[in-house]
Design a protein around this ligand. Structure first.
Ligand code: MG
Length: 355
């Protein structure tokens, strides 16, 4: 779907087709000539690779800055850490830029800082440089935080690639990329979808869904390190953030030139999230997550990957949800009632400013 508009709209930041078009037609148009870089801008992966360094920058503008299960500080550290980790790299240093809004209570600023410190400890990363700016009172909602970060190769990534090559002798890349899926690979999801978007929406609208839906926001790099180092065979990974599972699967499918079939009854959705989505007319597969990964793994290692995920706190509700195929293009879902339906790329995440 193309939206004709001469100005930026909220949909341009909502992670679906409208945002992808803005990035392609404007940002990549000016900066997307970096083919000498191993994983360049125009690959539009979760992060770039420059030499052996994985580099990522991410601004966080969630509204409100405190929500059930998390806050903007935890989100700012987790978001950048996870985007580096899904390429297979070990994140180790972050830069942090604060844009603070006049009127933000210092006690709230300090809460955010403490949350960032705690999340950095969980992720074993440090904030080593940064910047602070203040803007006049307006619609910022308290503050915006940019975090940028770097990651490096580690033993877990090397071990993972060795395992991949046992099953795939044409595997060339040194990183875990959206474009690496081949027919037969299994798709594993680390847990329930929709929790984060619904938690933020409930805080935005002052809604109570009666059952304590909380954001899943957390750093996943330690889980990913275990998965790569102790099992291996992972070829593609993504954190299904804005646009949710539907957008992430379509990214995989487009960039890898394979079809993806998923099974509705295998995709974990909390009962209260499903009920809230039904009430609000939302599709839980299009709602953003901040503590989940979607993993493409060679079929020979899928059961082992699932087993490992399930013994961890972050992955205890993991499921093998589908597989890559050459039977069709795009993403399709086998529904519980027996038919197949197409999972199209969403126009935009139905919940605004979730990250
Ligand atoms: Mg990502």
């Amino acid at each position: 779907m193309t939206v004709k508009n001469d100005h930026i709209t909220m949909l341009h930041g909502a992670g679906g087709t409208v945002m992808h078009d803005l990035i392609k037609n404007y940002i990549v148009k000016y900066f997307g000539d970096t083919a000498s870089i191993e994983v360049p801008l125009e690959a539009l992966d979760d992060a770039a690779v420059v030499g052996d360094v994985v580099l990522k920058s991410d601004s966080h503008a969630v509204k409100p800055i405190f929500f059930p299960g998390g806050d903007i500080g935890r989100l700012a550290v987790s978001g950048t850490v996870n985007d580096i980790a899904v390429l297979g790299a070990e994140p180790y240093a972050l830069a942090c830029g604060f844009v603070l809004e006049e009127g933000l209570a210092l006690v709230d600023f300090e809460k955010i800082l403490a949350s960032m410190q705690q999340t950095c400890m969980e992720a074993e990363v440090s904030i080593v440089t940064g910047d602070t700016k203040v803007v006049e009172k307006g619609s910022l909602g308290g503050c915006v935080i940019n975090t940028s970060g770097i990651g490096r190769r580690n033993a877990a990534l090397e071990k993972n690639l060795e395992v991949v090559k046992q099953f795939r002798n044409d595997f060339k890349t040194r990183w875990i990329l959206d474009s690496n899926l081949r027919a037969g690979d299994k798709i594993v999801l680390s847990g329930t979808v929709g929790d984060h978007g619904l938690a933020v929406l409930s805080a935005q609208e002052g809604l109570s869904f009666g059952s304590g839906i909380k954001s899943d926001v957390k750093p996943l790099n330690r889980l990913i390190r275990r998965l790569l180092g102790e099992v291996g065979g992972v070829v593609a990974m993504k954190d299904p953030t804005r646009g949710g599972l539907a957008d992430a699967l379509n990214e995989f499918s487009d960039k890898s030139h394979v079809g993806i079939l998923v099974y509705e009854d295998k995709i974990p959705v909390r009962k209260d999230v499903r009920a809230a989505c039904e009430m609000l007319g939302l599709d839980p597969f299009e709602v953003g997550n901040e503590g989940k990964i979607i993993i493409g793994v060679v079929k020979e290692k899928a059961e082992e990957a699932l087993k490992l995920l399930r013994i961890t706190e972050e992955g205890k509700e993991a499921e093998i949800v589908g597989e890559a195929t050459t039977d069709f293009t795009g993403v399709a879902m086998q529904t519980v009632v027996g038919g197949k339906r197409i999972i199209a790329r969403p126009v935009g995440d139905p919940v605004p400013r979730i990250c």
